[in-house]
Design a protein around this ligand. Structure first.
Ligand SMILES: Nc1nc2c(ncn2[C@@H]2O[C@H](COP(=O)(O)OP(=O)(O)OP(=O)(O)O)[C@@H](O)[C@H]2O)c(=O)[nH]1
Ligand SMILES: [Mg+2]
Length: 253
């Protein structure tokens, strides 16, 4: 075998070992966290529970960026998928905003870790459902349709759609924040939003669903008022309009 090929094989072998190690550490971290949460859940059952709002969505769609835009809290934002790997709570006195890890992260590489993260998110949401006021599901305006079509071609259920149905079934009244709308030219936006609507099981035109579907950009702040209004309306519906004080009236850019 030529020398270069041996080197290449060794290099890719090393890469695989590093990846495996990374996955093992991640799974261990998740399991430790799970034990801690289960313990804390037990001891806090008799204490006053804090309300929760959860942000879910694929990796890199801008969940953390949107929480920062809405609250002004400096939260870790990443250029690479998988920045938030454990649920991160932005804690206020009476409310936790939970930034969930991105589902579908490391796409195509390690299916088992994707499944584990997905199972973990589902477990977390079911376990905490009584304290969750509502959910915000974040989609990437530019990537959503492409990824959904890719999954459909493989005969699989697209994770974004699965999550939307799951959140709706749990009556978590999801707001669908279609983020990164700045990446779509203005004349194409309605078309894209109509397609997203259809994939989520809504009829066209998307504008009739403005109390669910909110085009937004965490980068430019466009759409901020609509998202804020939707959050306020959901809090009102739950009799907790007092909690709007934790959200900024103007975007934090
Ligand atoms: N153009 C554009 N970029 C954005 C927008 N929102 C977020 N980004 C960028 O997208 C990348 C990912 O943002 P994050 O907020 O870390 O995404 P996340 O969903 O929390 O990612 P994970 O923690 O990996 O699940 C960063 O480089 C952001 O600057 C947006 O509205 N428009
Ligand atoms: Mg994040």
């Amino acid at each position: 075998m030529p020398r270069e090929n041996i080197y290449e094989r060794e290099l890719s072998g090393t890469k695989n070992v590093i990846l495996e190690l990374y996955v093992i550490i991640l799974v261990e971290l998740m399991e430790k966290w799970l034990k801690k949460v289960k313990f804390e859940t037990r001891i806090s059952k008799n204490q006053l529970q804090k309300e929760k709002i959860i942000f879910v969505g694929r990796s890199n769609v801008g969940k953390s960026s949107l929480i920062k835009l809405l609250t002004g809290v400096k939260i870790r934002i990443g250029k690479r998928p998988g920045t938030t790997v454990l649920p991160f709570k932005v804690k206020f006195e009476r409310l936790d905003i939970v930034d969930m890890p991105g589902s579908g992260f490391m796409e195509g590489k390690t299916k088992s870790i994707q499944e584990k993260i997905k199972d973990f998110i589902i477990w977390y949401i079911e376990e905490n459902k009584n304290e969750i006021l509502f959910a915000v599901e974040v989609l990437d305006a530019k990537m959503f349709l492409e990824i959904v079509q890719r999954w459909e071609r493989r005969g699989e259920n697209p994770i974004d759609i699965e999550f939307f149905n799951f959140l709706s079934e749990l009556e978590l009244d999801p707001i669908v924040a279609v983020n990164k709308i700045d990446k779509i030219s203005v004349n194409k936006r309605s078309f894209i939003l109509d397609q997203i609507c259809e994939k989520l099981g809504f009829s066209w035109p998307w504008k009739q669903w403005r109390d669910i579907i909110v085009p937004i950009s965490a980068k430019t702040g466009e759409g901020f008022e609509d998202l804020w209004r939707n959050i306020f309306n959901r809090l009102k519906r739950k009799g907790r309009s007092d909690l709007i004080k934790y959200f900024r009236k103007t975007p934090y850019l």
